[in-house]
Design a protein around this ligand. Structure first.
Ligand code: USQ
Length: 394
């Protein structure tokens, strides 16, 4: 299948390009390489060094025997997107090309507005380009489990049956996002649903949990094919940060009580699920929602697992509570469904400690790099728009 990846240079986009190519799909993609800039802007660095675009393309061609069509360009420029689609004629479009960090979107007015402008506009451009150029193509849109927030009831996959004043309907499940970034994804869900209704578009909205991992099997041992792995307060997510902290003996940073519960999944599960969505398109006019995660864990459960695996590798590490820079519930009910992908053949990786072990073994080679940037491990971006470094509270 001809698959276009918007955001092909990112944490998910690059591994997905490799995974889809290894499964015989013809891949093309675009990226403005902004992730590299954002991480530098917040003082971070990828723990495992990532190759330049040119080196990645060389390594890709050596591995797959054919070049990868990876362009540098801005998805908020509609003429650019339309031209690309006219040339490539995608059958599926996977949209991963957005600003993905909650803290980054909370820095100040400029970062909030930029995040929403970039994310909402580029999704609208992809929707319009599909409508005008390849109306039968399927949009696989990366959203987030964070769109739902943490309601005190079970979370279905996008829709639920409601009975109100004696009448029944199937309605979108409420979205109660927790950051300006997560809100941008809520706007995208609404816009994508609307486009699918009025234009008959095929769309899958992926509510993905927090991804972790340093590699997928198809990367082999070629370091130029490796994914990035961030650990700063904006682009480093919980398990990735904990593994980086463990290898340098820095305390694992639980925010607040540490009883926040989220869905998590290994990088390899993420690319597998995206491929399953691509290979099993919905009908025209169908807007379907997949909740995509391996399992739900509290951050304390994850920190305990990371500590246990680190100890097995001879690296003792403490777990500490820091005052929470975010406004979020620190203890709550959390029971999301996750059936649609399983129905398509998703078999979740069960041994996530084995993934953590692989991550720490990979990261051990880059201890010095992580240590040299250790100050980015303590958050200071506050949800009230201020800046204050978190302190140890327990
Ligand atoms: N947390 C800690 N310690 C840390 C880092 C995070 O306790 O050092 C806590 C946070 O307070 C939060 C939870 O872990 O309660 C998850 O935070 P995160 O930074 O791992 O992930 P989040 O900000 O929610 O965002 C990430 C990705 C985003 C994606 C989202 C999926 O950056 O692109 O949409 O995960 S989800 O969380 O399901 O919304």
């Amino acid at each position: 299948m001809r698959v276009f990846i918007a955001g092909i240079d990112g944490y998910l986009g690059w591994p997905l390009a490799i995974h889809l190519s290894a499964h015989g799909h013809q891949v093309a993609g675009a990226d403005l390489l902004l992730r590299r800039q954002w991480v530098a802007e917040v003082g971070g660095v990828s723990a495992q060094p990532i190759a330049s675009r040119e080196e990645r393309l060389l390594a890709f061609e050596e591995r797959f025997g054919a070049p990868l069509d990876f362009r540098v360009g801005d998805l908020t420029d509609y003429a650019y997107v339309k031209d690309l689609f006219e040339e490539f004629q995608p059958e599926a479009v996977v949209h991963l090309g957005q600003m993905p960090s909650a803290p980054y979107s909370m820095i100040d007015q400029a970062h909030c507005v930029w995040t929403q402008q970039n994310n909402v506009v580029n999704n609208l451009n992809l929707l319009w380009a599909i409508k005008e150029v390849v109306p039968d193509a399927h949009l696989v849109k990366l959203g987030t489990m964070g769109e739902y927030g943490t309601p005190n009831v079970d979370i279905p996959e996008g829709f639920f049956e409601v009975e109100f004043r004696g009448r029944k309907d199937r309605l979108p499940f409420p979205r109660q996002a927790g950051s300006w970034y997560h809100q941008s994804k809520v706007h995208d869900s609404h816009n994508t649903h609307f486009a699918s209704k009025i234009w008959g578009l095929r769309a899958t909205d992926i509510m993905q949990g927090v991804v972790f991992g340093t590699r997928i099997a198809e990367m082999g041992d070629d370091e130029r094919l490796r994914s990035r792995l961030d650990f700063d307060q904006c682009f480093g997510t919980a398990i990735n940060r904990f593994c980086c902290q463990a290898v340098i003996g820095h305390p694992l940073t639980l925010f607040g009580k540490g009883k926040q519960k989220r869905g998590f999944l290994p990088l390899t599960d993420s690319v597998t699920c995206l491929r399953l969505a691509v290979e099993n398109p919905p009908e025209p006019s169908e807007f379907r929602v997949f909740n995509q995660f391996e399992n739900a864990y509290t951050v304390t459960e994850l920190a305990l697992m990371v500590r246990e695996v680190a100890a097995e590798l001879g690296m003792p590490v403490e777990i500490r509570q820091y005052d929470n820079p975010r406004t979020e519930m620190e203890e709550h009910y959390y029971q999301p469904d996750r059936q649609h992908l399983v129905d398509l053949g998703y078999q979740p990786t069960r041994d996530i400690k084995a993934v953590m072990k692989q991550m720490m073994l990979d990261l051990l080679d880059y201890r010095d790099r992580i240590e040299a940037h250790a100050d980015v491990l303590i958050p200071d971006i506050r949800w009230d728009g201020g800046r204050k470094r978190s302190e140890v509270i327990g």
